[in-house]
Write a protein of this length. Structure first.
Length: 315
């Protein structure tokens, strides 16, 4: 009965990152269940925001927010506080995620690491801290979408993975610290789904060209432009296995918000059980081989190839 009483009580839920993908699908789902939803979007004029306006009830509130801008976060916090002071806030869904680099850590510009941390870690931290008084007064829920890339060293995902590792640890800490307040905290670690620009080959080709253009000459010579090309080719190939049906993720987020005893971690998606089993119980080299086979297996950097050594000897 608890699940029903929650859904019908017109409870309030705040979602970050609803332009596309999981955030948008979850906002529609919660709105249909009768929640009052505050959905943040990066672009209020974008197709995602328009779709939410078209398909959701008038209860849904769209709020513009760029998680890298503290003034945006403060404006959203003030709006939600003004509208929920008497009731408290039942749920926060941290879903905004950012990654635009597929490359070795050495080849990924420092700024890319910083941007991933700004959006995926600091943005979620600031929003969560800002909404905690409301969540505590309601004895509510925090559900955060992280990534298996924060637990496992996926090749060519260091900037994104490091930010998600920080996010996962932060939420685990919140989970134990907020227990006395009755606030429950869950992590969702999805497999590979088709969301936003993540599956647009043109976007990734452009990112690859920008990366190659930005690399110091010595670094580009050591690895070779064909090395970066091959990573990009394999990644675009991998994207073809992305799952289009987001319902497993939406159901995990909803369960985290509504179940009497939500799971600490949800793993929606194919192949994650095997991946984590290998990670926990088998030697590291097996895990590394598995991740390369599953995701990206870079070719040998140019400076390590035999033909390069032979050319160098001739010279």
């Amino acid at each position: 009965g608890r699940r029903l009483s929650l859904a019908t009580a017109g409870l309030l839920s705040a979602l970050a990152g609803c332009d596309s993908g999981f955030g948008q699908a979850t906002a529609r789902h919660l709105d249909a269940m009768g929640f009052q939803v505050f959905a943040s979007v990066l672009d209020p004029q974008g197709p995602g925001a328009k779709e939410l306006r078209r398909s959701c009830s008038p209860r849904l509130t769209l709020l513009q927010m760029d998680l890298t801008k503290p003034e945006d976060i403060q404006r959203v916090l003030q709006h939600i506080q003004a509208h929920t002071n008497s009731t408290g806030l039942w749920g926060l869904v941290n879903n905004a995620g950012f990654n635009d680099t597929i490359a070795d850590a050495e080849l990924s510009p420092l700024g890319k690491f910083r941007t991933c941390m700004e959006v995926n870690f600091f943005g979620s931290l600031e929003l969560t801290k800002g909404l905690l008084p409301l969540l505590r007064s309601a004895g509510g829920r925090i559900v955060t979408v992280s990534s298996p890339a924060g637990d496992l060293p996926f090749p060519c995902l260091a900037a994104y993975g490091a930010s998600k590792a920080a996010l996962s640890l932060l939420m685990d800490t919140f989970r134990s610290e907020l227990q006395p307040w009755g606030v429950k905290v869950s992590l969702v670690l999805p497999g590979y789904y088709k969301t936003g620009t993540t599956c647009d080959p043109a976007f990734w080709n452009l990112q690859k060209q920008r990366l190659v253009a930005s690399l110091p000459r010595e670094l580009l010579q050591a690895y070779g432009e064909d090395y970066v090309e091959e990573i990009n080719r394999q990644f675009i190939q991998f994207m073809k296995v992305a799952v289009e049906d987001l319902s497993a993720v939406v159901n995990s987020i909803t369960d985290g918000l509504l179940a009497a005893n939500p799971a600490v971690r949800y793993y929606p998606g194919q192949g994650l059980g095997l991946m984590y089993f290998i990670h926990r119980y088998l030697p590291y080299f097996v895990r590394d081989l598995f991740l390369k086979g599953f995701f990206i297996n870079p070719k040998l950097p140019r400076a390590l190839r035999r033909e390069h050594h032979n050319d160098a000897k001739k010279a």
